[in-house]
Ligand binder design. Structure first.
Ligand code: ADE
Ligand code: ZN
Length: 338
């Protein structure tokens, strides 16, 4: 381990862009398939990993939704999230805001309560066992209708006090934020924060729509905003958090080489970028791997790495007092390390 690697490992950080279904490791996929008596089209863990070669977002989504088919009971959702929290804690994550895609499960006949109660039980354990706080983001699938998103918001009603935000994910191109303006307004009326995937594969126009029509508090990815200097200035001026996912960008061909990843350009332009893992079981690494890989590929210095971690706390949905406490601990870690 290099000095930079151990600095990154111990650096307190928050994860703001993580799909819990995307943390399903092949080993757990097999174990759950066995437990639930489900056939999966793979003979071995190695064969599953070999199938994870994607040339775009849709390639990945097809495999990701199929993989989620082994998740059936609240115990399955608990085990999935508990495994993620253990990995994240080992990477220095002290707070995680995790997305879940209820429609991926309710459309297969799984009750919303099974999904969310399993996740909530693992979140309570993560706080007790790892001292890690967490929040839930309910993400709507954008390839489905706005009506279906409304039905999901309604199904979530009994748990809204335990859901921090709503998000928008799945196939981006052809499904602009505009399509969901009404349901996001309804979510805002219920006091939920707003985040949306925009500018991963979709054009800068989708980032404008996420800001102007959804009133997003955060933008997930946002890479293609860099194509529009007026948009970059606006995002920088408003200190909008971008939840950037370097290994995801590489695996989904959003960038062709990590050596050309724009993470340091984003910081230099005044954009409030953060580092996240997106779907770590599918993209080859958790948040620590993302920090290390992009730091090495782009030659990031310690100041840039600290700025990225700092942004993860100020960009979180934690109350200001909690953010201030995390920043104090971050500063103490950096000072002690020097
Ligand atoms: N669902 C899971 N990961 C995603 C991503 N990177 N983009 C859009 N939808 C997703
Ligand atoms: Zn994502």
């Amino acid at each position: 381990m290099t000095d930079l690697d151990s600095f990154i490992a111990g650096l307190p950080k928050a994860e703001l862009h993580l799909h819990i279904e995307g943390s399903l490791e092949p080993e757990l996929m097999f174990a759950l398939a066995r437990r639930n008596g489900i056939d999966i089209p793979y003979a071995s863990v190695e064969q599953v990993r070999a199938a994870y070669a994607f040339s775009n977002l849709q390639d990945f989504l097809d495999i990701y939704y199929a993989g989620a088919g082994v998740l059936r009971t609240r115990r399955d959702f608990h085990d999935l999230a508990a495994a993620y929290f253990a990995r994240a804690a080992a990477d220095g994550v002290v707070h995680a805001e995790i997305m879940f895609d209820p429609q991926t499960h309710t459309d297969r006949g799984i009750a919303f309560s099974e999904v969310i109660e399993g996740l909530l039980s693992a979140m309570a354990e993560a706080e007790a066992e790892h001292g890690m706080t967490s929040k839930l983001i309910l993400s709507f699938l954008r390839h489905l209708s706005e009506e279906a998103a409304f039905a999901t918001l309604e199904a979530a009603e009994p748990w809204l006090d335990r859901i921090a935000a709503v998000g928008l994910d799945s196939s981006e191109v052809g499904h602009p934020p505009l399509k969901f303006a009404q349901v996001f307004a309804a979510a805002r009326d219920r006091g939920l924060k707003i985040t949306a995937h925009a500018g991963e594969e979709g054009p800068p126009e989708y980032v404008y729509q996420a800001l102007d029509l959804l009133h997003a508090d955060r933008i997930d990815h946002g890479n293609r905003a860099l194509e529009d200097p007026v948009l970059v200035d606006r995002l920088a001026e408003m200190r909008m958090t971008l939840t950037v996912c370097p290994l995801s960008n590489l695996k989904l061909c959003v960038v062709d080489d990590l050596a050309r990843h724009p993470i340091d350009r984003m910081l230099a332009l005044g954009l409030k970028a953060t580092i996240n893992s997106d779907d770590p079981a599918y993209f080859g690494g958790y948040i620590g791997d993302n920090f290390r890989a992009v730091a090495r590929a782009r030659g990031l210095d310690r100041e840039e790495i600290v700025a990225l971690a700092r942004n993860s706390f100020t960009g979180s949905f934690l109350p200001p007092e909690a953010v201030a406490l995390h920043l104090e601990k971050l500063d103490a870690y950096v000072a002690a390390y020097a």
